[in-house]
Design a protein around this ligand. Structure first.
Ligand code: AR6
Length: 179
């Protein structure tokens, strides 16, 4: 059982805007109106349709709280959807950052499942501008994903797209340690 979950998780290094999956996840902010880092890259490469869809969501339901996720078109990207999740800003660990980051992964996976996504790709949410320690963030990402996949056949596979070498190494090591 656990062995098969391990086989449903991939790790690669690269640019998530180039990844051809049913959904890619964006590390957004509560405004959902774009920013730097992976958020900027996704909006740049995906074109204005993504921002327009985000605007409509904000108009209807307001900003996206930390730990929550929303889904939009992927515009010109090779993916079908972008799932925008808002990671926590790291404040030293005393402000429920771990729980909020876990919620990002869980809620994104739930949304992927609700939209019949078989394949989902995640960036390393919160580990850039938001300053979350990379090792701790990677452990949370893997733990939540394993737990979700153990309980759900869909999505079939989850890919962690690491931008930097340090994250790549962390994810590869953690994946290897899975039973
Ligand atoms: N593909 C994959 N990963 C990337 C890419 C890319 N093209 N570009 C950067 N990363 P960050 P956060 C990695 O700062 O910490 C934005 O302004 C990056 O190396 O993008 O959650 C939002 O609007 C890092 O490992 O997101 C928010 O205001 C990871 O993506 C704020 O930043 C996340 O870094 C969110 O901060």
């Amino acid at each position: 059982m656990e062995n098969s979950v391990k086989n449903r998780i991939n790790v690669l290094q690269g640019d998530i805007t180039k990844v051809r999956t049913d959904a890619i996840v964006n590390a957004a902010n509560t405004s959902l109106l774009g920013g730097g880092g992976v958020d900027g890259a996704i909006h740049r490469a995906g074109g204005p349709a993504i921002l327009e869809a985000c605007r409509q969501i904000v108009e209807k339901q307001g900003c996206c709280p930390t730990g929550e996720a929303v889904i939009t078109t992927a515009g010109n990207l090779p993916a079908k959807y972008v799932i925008h999740t808002v990671g926590p800003v790291w404040h030293g660990g005393s402000r429920n950052e771990a729980e909020k980051l876990a919620n990002c992964y869980r809620n994104s996976l739930k949304l992927a499942q609700a939209n019949a996504c078989k394949t989902v790709a995640f960036p390393n949410v919160s580990t850039g501008v938001y300053g979350y320690p990379k090792a701790e963030a990677a452990e949370i990402a893997l733990k939540e994903t394993v737990a979700f996949l153990q309980q759900n056949p869909q999505p079939e596979t989850v890919t962690f797209v690491c931008f930097d070498e340090e994250n790549l190494q962390l994810y590869q090591d953690l994946l290897q340690k899975l039973p």
